[in-house]
Design a protein around this ligand. Structure first.
Ligand SMILES: [Zn+2]
Length: 436
């Protein structure tokens, strides 16, 4: 196995903008040559949010093939941080070196080579260096990055959604840094990859539940990229509980490592569902269903009250919607954009949302760690909010996001979903539209 194979889908995505003359090996090398220093002090790592921010940014950077160096003290892990293993935080991150993507090292800081970029957690102290530096900060539901000349608050929260939001914002900046150094097809496209001085995202503050968070009975369709990202997020909640099933008939390929947040490089050829279930144990009581989701199968006649779908194939989503009698949450990616929607009985369904199959003929999906992670994070937040009785209203039924420039006003848009006469699912909302 080699990094070019493992980063195949990331390289494919870069080709939307990168000059056709550049080889796969050159694109791969440009990611592998980037060195990112992550700095955090004991105070910022004394909270679960600070620890989740650090582990998530290291995971997202490593899954792009980048070199990570750490300037952090050793500290006990407050909670488990799968797929990282161990009870000491720095030890578990260093032990992940070359295990998320081959050649993506995680090492202690040394004076041998200056970093290209620096990410600093909260208000940790740093010495001035001549390279782009961002502070990662946030609260329970909101995450931000700011260029380091400004102040940022210390990480203190236990609830980790804002922490993972801040981490994914930072990972996007590292990706753009690499893209700015590559020859692009058009210089006009450079605007997509300009650095953000400040960017933030707020999922909307609601009171966070104390004690055990019962997310209920959940069926999950696909164990490829987005669902594992959702589970990665849910595993980091304080005392989460889920019971349910996960459907997928595929085995893990090296080309999944760039975005499946629960894999390690030794996992090639394992059943995706079994792998995900193992990594989510003992917190979650999931049953692996190593089979393709089929509407006519016996197992799909009685679906759980909550169904999560992380497949990009549009007709597959329609099929799941037809079998669902409760809440359906759908998340997907399309190149540099993500789409996340939520459908309760009687509301416009996912067929109304995507009434036409996307036939761009791609068999290999171009994507990168931080784009898939945004899709999974958005799906996790929808499930959490429903479980605590604070689901989004119809005006936020759909979220469309292009996270390259989160410093721009229109990087993300919430919208309602309109019921359609030509809904391929023929949902009840489309009948009402038809009779009207
Ligand atoms: Zn519909």
């Amino acid at each position: 196995m080699n990094a070019i194979e493992q980063l195949n889908r990331t390289i494919l995505l870069c080709r939307d903008y990168v000059s056709d003359e550049l080889s796969d090996a050159s694109i791969c090398k440009s990611f592998q040559s980037l060195r990112v220093l992550c700095v955090a002090d004991a105070a910022n790592l004394s909270s679960h949010s600070g620890q989740s921010c650090l582990t998530t940014v290291v995971a997202l950077l490593s899954r792009m093939g980048m070199q990570v160096t750490l300037a952090i003290p050793e500290i006990s892990s407050i909670r488990r941080q799968p797929p990282f293993r161990g009870t000491l935080l720095r030890y578990s991150l260093l032990a992940s070196s070359n295990k998320l993507i081959s050649g993506a090292a995680v090492e202690q800081e040394s004076s041998e080579r200056e970093p290209d970029l620096i990410f600093v957690l909260g208000n940790s102290a740093i010495e001035q260096r001549p390279c782009p530096t961002w502070r990662l900060s946030g609260s329970e539901w909101q995450g931000a990055i700011t260029q380091a000349t400004t102040c940022a608050p210390r990480w203190t929260a236990e609830w980790p959604i804002g922490a993972m939001t801040s981490a994914v914002l930072a990972a996007g900046e590292a990706f753009k840094y690499v893209m700015r150094r590559l020859p692009l097809k058009s210089k006009d496209d450079l605007v997509c990859f300009e650095p953000s001085r400040v960017s933030n995202w707020d999922f909307g503050s609601i009171s966070t539940p104390a004690g055990v968070l019962d997310l209920g009975e959940v069926d999950i369709v696909s164990a490829g990229a987005i669902s594992p990202a959702t589970l990665y997020v849910l595993l980091r909640l304080p005392q989460p509980r889920i019971a349910g099933r996960i459907f997928d008939d595929d085995t893990t390929s090296p080309t999944n490592f760039n975005r499946n947040m629960l894999t390690l490089v030794g996992d090639a050829d394992s059943e995706k569902v079994r792998l995900v279930v193992d990594r989510c144990s003992p917190e979650f009581d999931l049953t692996p269903k190593y089979q393709r989701f089929m509407a006519e199968a016996r197992e799909t006649q009685q679906m759980a009250p909550y169904v999560l779908v992380g497949v990009d194939d549009i007709p597959s989503r329609w099929q799941v919607q037809r079998c669902t009698s409760g809440l359906l949450v759908v998340s997907g990616t399309s190149h540099f954009s993500i789409s996340s929607s939520c459908h309760r009985p009687g509301e416009p369904c996912c067929g109304c949302q995507h009434p036409v199959d996307d036939v761009d003929g791609l068999t290999a999906i171009p994507t990168v760690s931080f784009i898939s992670f945004w899709a999974g994070l958005a799906m996790a937040v929808r499930l959490i909010r429903r479980a605590v009785g604070a689901g989004h209203g119809l005006d936020r039924q759909h979220l469309w996001m292009t996270p390259l420039r989160m410093d721009q006003t229109h990087a993300a848009m919430w919208s309602p979903v309109a019921a359609r006469l030509d809904c391929p699912v023929r949902c009840s909302a489309s009948w009402v539209t038809g009779s009207g």
